[in-house]
Design a protein around this ligand. Structure first.
Ligand code: FAD
Length: 395
């Protein structure tokens, strides 16, 4: 079955995988296929598929290639393939992986104290506890560097106050990594952005699930109000010292988004190809018409470019040579391209393309969210632009 899927791999970009990477990919693919009916229902009813997320945790598929002695290590390529495969199946699951593994677990693994890690790392990796990463605020999305949530020191406690928006897993009963600005004039940290580990049942933490979404309906994002939330002095992640630390996490997860976009686009291309071969109009299968073939060729051309970006990203990361703006370029290219592929596929399915049961419209809706999160298209362009010109055009 996996070999059949390699039919979309026209340049054999993933044909030389070693046994370990292939085993991880296979494990992800099997679980994605098994849980596909449940995920379609979850999207339709906007219900969080907790039992599916737990299965991913049990099978060690949430660690996103994070290199930490207490976590099962998988290569950047295997981590990318898991991202791709999961999003090929369902975008909400892809986003759960990005939040639980990519953002929350990575923040803890990179910046947490030994004590914080020994308490939370394994439960997060196994999805026994759900984790959230709270950076964005209602008034600060692309300019999250200007975040207004504050952490004030009071004796041996921190007191957090502010609001956060769009926080995946932010109302799940688990833990949230809250990025806040230190308000303590007596300390060298005054004004610095640091990260705090907050248990969601702490008094004053109010997480409300955002409803009415028409994208990624099966994962819940929260609006969070922090009303003088008191946490112990050691709730701060000692490795976080400035906003740059939040950026370090985001650089890593941007590669994951490029892979997710590839997963969505692969599903759309496969659906369009299969439909074009079966659907008969004017007495012949759609696939026999020249214009249809041209559109399929265009989709494959774009899909292959996405695969090449992803493979090279993984190889650069494995060699330790990946620069943040290279991940930006891949995200920029892949989410834009996935949007085009999804739109062409939707059109090729005709009226059936808008039915949820055919999947394409769901992917199309889900791609809209990944195109925006972890830095919008314009923000990636500004990051790349600053890198290649040496001039910042952000403000
Ligand atoms: P804005 O910043 O208001 O941007 C609106 C438009 O203006 C965009 O097109 C943008 O490109 C453009 N724009 C902004 N500034 C410039 C500029 N200088 N030049 C040119 N154009 C500009 N955040 C978290 O912290 N944790 C999460 O778990 C999380 N999950 C998310 C899940 C979903 C489904 C979504 C939709 C968002 C999530 N986010 C999360 C937030 C996400 O990262 C932000 O939505 C994103 O960074 C964009 O911010 P914004 O929505 O406020 O848009």
């Amino acid at each position: 079955d996996l070999d059949e899927r390699l039919g979309t791999d026209y340049y054999a970009v993933f044909a030389d995988l070693d046994a370990a990477d292939r085993a991880v990919w296979d494990r992800a693919k099997t679980l994605v296929d098994e849980t596909a009916p449940r995920m379609r229902d979850a999207w339709d009813t906007a219900s969080y598929p907790l039992e599916v997320v737990r299965r991913f945790g049990e099978l060690d598929l949430l660690t996103d290639g994070i290199d930490h002695p207490d976590l099962t290590h998988i290569s950047p390529l295997a981590a990318g393939l898991v991202n791709m495969e999961v999003s090929r199946g369902d975008g909400s699951l892809g986003t759960v992986l990005a939040v639980q593994g990519g953002l929350a677990l990575r923040t803890l693994a990179l910046f947490g104290s030994a004590q914080q890690q020994s308490r939370w790392l394994r439960p997060l990796a196994r999805a026994e506890v759900l984790g959230a990463f709270a950076l964005t605020e209602p008034d600060h999305g692309s300019d999250s560097v200007s975040l207004e949530t504050v952490a004030r020191r009071d004796g041996d406690q921190w007191v957090l106050r502010g609001t956060k928006k769009w926080i995946g897993n932010g109302a799940s009963g688990g833990i949230t990594f809250v990025w806040a600005r230190v308000d303590d004039e007596t300390s060298d940290d005054h004004g610095a952005v640091r990260c705090f580990l907050v248990e969601q049942d702490t008094p004053g933490y109010i997480g409300t699930v955002i409803t009415g979404k028409v994208s990624l309906r099966a994962i819940h994002q929260a609006h969070i109000t922090l009303e003088d939330v008191r946490v112990p002095h050691d709730a701060v992640l000692p490795g976080t010292r400035s906003f740059k630390d939040a950026s370090v996490v985001l650089y890593s997860t941007r590669s994951g988004v490029a892979w997710s976009a590839l997963g969505h686009a692969t599903a759309c291309y496969e659906a369009a190809l299969s439909y074009a071969r079966q659907r008969v109009q004017f007495g012949k299968p759609l696939a026999t018409f020249q214009m249809v073939q041209e559109r399929l060729a265009q989709m494959l051309e774009e899909l292959t470019a996405m695969q090449l970006y992803c493979r090279h990203l993984a190889d650069l990361e494995a060699s330790g040579g990946l620069r943040p703006t290279q991940a930006s370029l891949a995200k920029y290219h892949n989410t834009r391209t996935a949007r085009r592929i999804a739109s062409t596929a939707r059109d090729l399915l005709g009226g059936n393309g808008i039915l949820l049961e055919n999947g394409v419209m769901q992917h199309m809706a889900d791609i809209e969210a990944i195109h925006t999160y972890e830095g919008t298209e314009s923000i990636q362009a500004l990051l790349i632009g600053r890198d290649i010109t040496g001039m910042s055009a952000f403000a």
